[in-house]
Design a protein around this ligand. Structure first.
Ligand code: NDP
Length: 497
C-alpha cells in the first residue's frame, strides 16, 4: 500500500475531478511527508456521483436485506485482514498513535458485523386493527441516496457508523471525507470495492467544504448525515431544512468529568489522562472540563500535572508515542489563542500552554499537554470547544454545584462522574444534560451496538450506532389490508354516537 489512492471513486471507477484541480494532504507529525494531491471536486463531480448512486439504488434497495448483510460481513473480513496497514496510513495522515488508529479500524469492523446482523431484523410492527377483518402493519423502506460528510479525527470509524447502517437498510451513498483525511477515506472505499460492492452503491468525492455543500444541496440527495463542528452543522441543517431533507448532525462537545470527594483518585487519574489527552484532545467526546470537589482538588491536580508532563509526544507510528500532533497549523494557532484568552480571563496555566519542541518534533504540529486551573464556569475557556490537549479545571463544593457547572454549556455530548456513592451515581444519570454519561469511566469511548449522540448544541436528536440509527436510514410505511369484502370507514363505522 505504498501508492496513495488519490482519485474519486464514482460508479465503480477511480477518476480525477472534472476540473483537474487538487489539494495537498500532508502528515501532521512530519510535514515534509506529502501523502498526495487529492481531487478538489466540484458540482459536476458531485452530480455524477449522485446519479451513479441513484442508478445503483434501483437494484441495491430491492436486494433482500440479509444479502446486503453478506457484503457488510465481507467488508468486515477485509478490514480485519488490513487492520494494521489501514491504521499505519491513518496515523500518518491524521496523527493519532497507531494503537488508537487500530482501535478506530476495530470500531468499523464491529460496526460492519453489527449492521450485517441487523439486516435479519429490520423489524416493523403488526398491531390489531380497530376494524374487523382488517390487518395493520408497518414496514421499513430505504430512503434513497444518502450524503455522508465526516470529520478527520475518526477517519474510518465515523464514516462507517453512517455508511454501514445506510447500506444495510438499502440506501446508496455519496461519501465526502474531510480534506484532512482523504487518503483514509479512499482506503476505506477500496475495501468496499475489493469486497465486490456493486458499482455506484458507494461513491467517493474528495474535496473541501464547497464539495460538501454541493452534496448537501443536490436535489437528488434524500438524506444527509454529518459529523463535524457545530458551526458547519448549523449551515447544513439550514440547507436541509429548506429542502425538506432528513438530516443527522453530530457536532462539537465540551465534556465534563465530575470528581466527587469519595472518588477513587487512581482511577480518576487514569481516566483523565486518556480522556483529556487521548487523540491529543481532538475528540468530540474528549474530557475537556474537570469539575472537581475542593477536598481533593489540590491532590488530584498535582498528581495529574506530574503524570501529564510525562506523556511521550511524537509521531504516532513510532512505538513509544503516547500523544501525536494536532491536525494542522490553524489548530495550533486556535489552541494558542485560547491559552491567551484563559490567561486574560484570570486562569492559571498549571502545565504546558506552549507548542511542544524537541527532538523529532521540529517538523510537526505538536502542542504540550495543558492544564488550566482557577477556571470559573462563565469563562470562555470553560464554555467553548478548544479541540486540543487542554483540560480546564473547575473547583466545586457539592454535587449540586457540580451538576449546575456541568450543565452550564451549549453542548451535551458525553459526561462522566466519579463517585463510589451509588445513589449519587444514579441521580447523575438523570441530572447531567448529555447524550452519554459514564460512571467511573472517562467521557470517551463508544460501543458499536449502543446509541451515540448528543443533546443541545451537539446534535439534532438523532443517534448513530445501536438500534436507533436504523430509524434514521429508513422510512416507515404503514400498510392496511382490509379483507372484510366491504367498505369499512374507520372512526365512522366503529363509533356509535
Ligand atoms: P468541520 O465542521 O470543519 O468539517 C467537517 C466536515 O464538513 C468536513 O468534511 C468538511 O470539509 C465539511 N464541510 C465544511 N464546510 C461545509 C459546508 N458548508 N457544507 C458541507 N460540508 C462542509 O469539522 P472538523 O473537520 O474540524 O472536525 C472537528 C469537529 O468535529 C469538532 O467540533 C468535533 O467536536 C466534531 N466531531 C463531532 C463528533 C460527534 O460524533 N459528535 C465526532 C468527531 C468530531 P473540509 O474538511 O474540507 O473542511
Amino acid at each position: 500500500m505504498s501508492d496513495a489512492l488519490t482519485q474519486n471513486y464514482i460508479d465503480g471507477i477511480w477518476q480525477d475531478s472534472a476540473s483537474g484541480s487538487t489539494f495537498k494532504d500532508i502528515n501532521p507529525a512530519v510535514n515534509s511527508d506529502v501523502i498526495g494531491q487529492f481531487p478538489e471536486s466540484g458540482v459536476e463531480d458531485v452530480d455524477d456521483a449522485v446519479r451513479a448512486a441513484r442508478k445503483a439504488f434501483q437494484t441495491w434497495g430491492k436486494m433482500p436485506a440479509p444479502a446486503r448483510g453478506d457484503f457488510l460481513r465481507r467488508i468486515g473480513d477485509i478490514m480485519t485482514e488490513r487492520k494494521s496497514e489501514l491504521a499505519f496510513q491513518m496515523t500518518r495522515e491524521m496523527g493519532k498513535p497507531f494503537f488508537e488508529t487500530k482501535g478506530d479500524v476495530q470500531e468499523a469492523i464491529d460496526t460492519a458485523y453489527y449492521a450485517a446482523s441487523e439486516t435479519r431484523r429490520l423489524f416493523g410492527h403488526t398491531v390489531p386493527s380497530e376494524m374487523p377483518d382488517k390487518f395493520n402493519m408497518s414496514i421499513r423502506r430505504p430512503i434513497g441516496v444518502c450524503g455522508v460528510i465526516s470529520a478527520w479525527n475518526f477517519p474510518v470509524a465515523v464514516p462507517t457508523w453512517k455508511m454501514f447502517p445506510a447500506l444495510a437498510c438499502g440506501n446508496t451513498v455519496v461519501f465526502k471525507p474531510s480534506e484532512d483525511a482523504p487518503h483514509s477515506g479512499a482506503l476505506l472505499v477500496k475495501v468496499f470495492e475489493d469486497a465486490g460492492l456493486p458499482a455506484g452503491v458507494v461513491n467517493l468525492v474528495q474535496g473541501s467544504g464547497n464539495t460538501g455543500r454541493a452534496l448537501v444541496e443536490h436535489p437528488d440527495v434524500n438524506a444527509v448525515s454529518f459529523t463535524g463542528s457545530t458551526e458547519t452543522g448549523s449551515k447544513i441543517g439550514e440547507a436541509c431544512g429548506r429542502m425538506h431533507k432528513r438530516f443527522s448532525l453530530e457536532m462539537g462537545g465540551k465534556n465534563p468529568m465530575i470528581v466527587l470527594a469519595d472518588a477513587d483518585l487512581d482511577l480518576v487519574l487514569d481516566g483523565l489522562l486518556w480522556g483529556a489527552f487521548g487523540t491529543t484532545g481532538q475528540r468530540c467526546t474528549a474530557t475537556s472540563r474537570l469539575i472537581v470537589h475542593e477536598d481533593v482538588h489540590d491532590d488530584l491536580v498535582s498528581r495529574l500535572k506530574e503524570a501529564a508532563s510525562n506523556i511521550k509526544i511524537g509521531y504516532g507510528n513510532e512505538e513509544e508515542t503516547e500523544m501525536g500532533p494536532v491536525i494542522r497549523a490553524a489548530a495550533l494557532e486556535k489552541i494558542q489563542g485560547y491559552i491567551t484568552i484563559g490567561k486574560d480571563e484570570g486562569a492559571t496555566i498549571a502545565l504546558g500552554g506552549k507548542r511542544a519542541e524537541g527532538e523529532g518534533l521540529e517538523d510537526g504540529f505538536f502542542f504540550q499537554p495543558t492544564i488550566m486551573t482557577n477556571v470559573t464556569p462563565n469563562m470562555r475557556v470553560a464554555k467553548e470547544e478548544i479541540f486540543g490537549p487542554v483540560l480546564v479545571v473547575l473547583k466545586i463544593s457539592s454535587y449540586e454545584e457540580a451538576v449546575s457547572v456541568a450543565n452550564n454549556i451549549e453542548y451535551g455530548l458525553s459526561s462522566a462522574i466519579y463517585t463510589n456513592d451509588i445513589a449519587t451515581a444514579f441521580k447523575a444519570m438523570h441530572d447531567i444534560e448529555a447524550g452519554i454519561t459514564y460512571v467511573n469511566g472517562p467521557t470517551i469511548g463508544a460501543e458499536a451496538h449502543m446509541p451515540f449522540g448528543g443533546v443541545k448544541g451537539t446534535g439534532n436528536g438523532h443517534r448513530e450506532g445501536g438500534w436507533e440509527v436504523f430509524d434514521f436510514y429508513t422510512e416507515t410505511k404503514t400498510i392496511y389490508v382490509d379483507y372484510s369484502g366491504k367498505l369499512q370507514k374507520a372512526q365512522i363505522d366503529n363509533v356509535d354516537d
